[in-house]
Design a protein around this ligand. Structure first.
Ligand code: ATP
Ligand code: MG
Ligand code: MG
Length: 353
């Protein structure tokens, strides 16, 4: 089998490596963090900085293809790797998904709806943007935000100077507030040959800006579900994408029915796809490995009537013994050395028949 190089050593890399092992694919993890969870389960490892060009070149030479478990891979890192081996999804995808402004412009350019947004480079631009988009609205840094970090809500009475300081005065976008009925995501894959397969649309509930539960399938109309998949296919094709992609969307429900707005794109396996480990014929992790290795994509068929995935955050993971005692609960722990509030420690999946 081939050897797959993975940038990043968190739980996503760990689950990718485990899925690869089942297919006889070896994994070589590259991560700057020595005690990362993926190091427990991979065949080879490099612990070095993402800007260490000699280490990157040696890593690339030792693998057949390079992929990543997170989108904040420096552009220079991708460039160095690409000189040696194919990087999948391609580095253009990284540039697109690292920056909320570029991402939204790309999505809009495909004729796919998003929240209204404005480029905010300084306080003056923020003042103009709030005049245009109104309150409430949401100010988000263009880069490096996750789990709601790097964003702040601009409601009535909020001082714009304070709001801009709250995001560190960094280049940002202002988004109009979307009064959504639901949040859903599409997890799908595009193969090296252009084949495209999507899982059931998932419905996501966040608590304290962190994903709490995912339920598949989402309770949305068939027409909305088809539209969500088509949007994702259009995005993947336009980006010449290879691998698993996740697209977060808002469902707005009004007198005219359901409408979809794309929120953000994750160029990787996604937390809202963890249910596929136990709840689908091919997990998102195996699907990603198949796609980037140039193998045929697997079936995305769901097991059971409904699948529910719950994240174990911080001390929740201490309940693992209780969960193991529950009939039908599928427990996954990520082997993180210490639990911290807000940290994703594992997840549990239940298949309802
Ligand atoms: P993730 O951890 O998913 O990467 P993130 O920090 O990149 O999150 P977003 O997904 O953009 O941030 O926003 C986090 C959450 O905030 C969304 O899931 C949604 O609940 C809410 N939210 C974001 N943008 C809007 C909006 N324009 N209108 C209403 N709610 C929003
Ligand atoms: Mg995000
Ligand atoms: Mg998000």
């Amino acid at each position: 089998g081939a050897t797959i190089g993975i940038l990043g050593g968190g739980q996503l890399a760990r689950m990718l490596a485990a899925a690869g092992a089942r297919l006889g694919l070896k994994c070589h993890i590259f991560s700057p963090v020595a005690d990362d969870p993926a190091f427990d389960v991979c065949a080879a490892r490099t612990c070095a900085d993402f800007l260490d060009e000699a280490a990157l070149a040696a890593f690339a030479e030792s693998v057949d293809v390079v992929t990543y478990e997170f989108e904040n891979v420096p552009a220079r890192t991708a460039e160095v790797l690409e000189a040696h081996r194919p990087v999948r999804p391609n580095p253009k995808v990284l540039a697109l998904t690292q920056d909320r402004l570029i991402e939204k412009q790309f999505v809009r350019g495909l004729g796919v709806a998003t929240a209204d947004f404005a480029d905010v480079s300084d306080l003056d631009a923020l003042t103009r943007a709030v005049a245009q988009l109104g309150r409430p609205s949401i100010l988000k840094t263009r880069r490096f935000g996750y789990d709601g970090k790097g964003q702040t809500r601009i409601v009535d009475g909020v001082d714009l100077d304070d709001a801009f300081n709250a995001v560190g005065g960094a280049p940002s976008i202002l988004e109009g507030f979307v009064p959504f009925a639901k949040e859903v995501s599409v997890v799908a894959a595009r193969g090296l040959d252009g084949a495209f397969r999507a899982y059931d649309i998932c419905e996501n509930i966040h608590e304290h800006h962190i994903l709490a539960t995912t339920t598949a399938p989402a309770a949305i109309s068939d027409a909305t579900a088809r539209a969500a998949v088509e949007m994702t296919r259009r995005i993947a094709e336009a980006a010449d994408y290879v691998g698993v992609i996740a697209v977060e969307m808002f469902v707005v429900s009004d007198a005219e029915g359901e409408r979809l707005l794309v929120n953000e794109i994750a160029p990787r396996v996604h937390n809202s796809g963890h249910w596929t480990l136990d709840g689908a014929v091919t997990s998102q992790f195996e699907q990603h490995m198949r796609a980037i290795a140039g193998l045929p994509l697997g079936s995305t068929r769901r097991h059971g009537r409904q699948v529910v995935m719950r994240n174990l955050i911080g001390a929740d993971a201490d309940k693992w013994a209780q969960i193991l005692a529950q009939d039908g609960a599928c427990l996954h722990l990520y082997g993180k050395k210490e639990s911290r509030p807000g940290r994703k420690m594992g997840h549990v999946t239940e298949i309802l028949t």
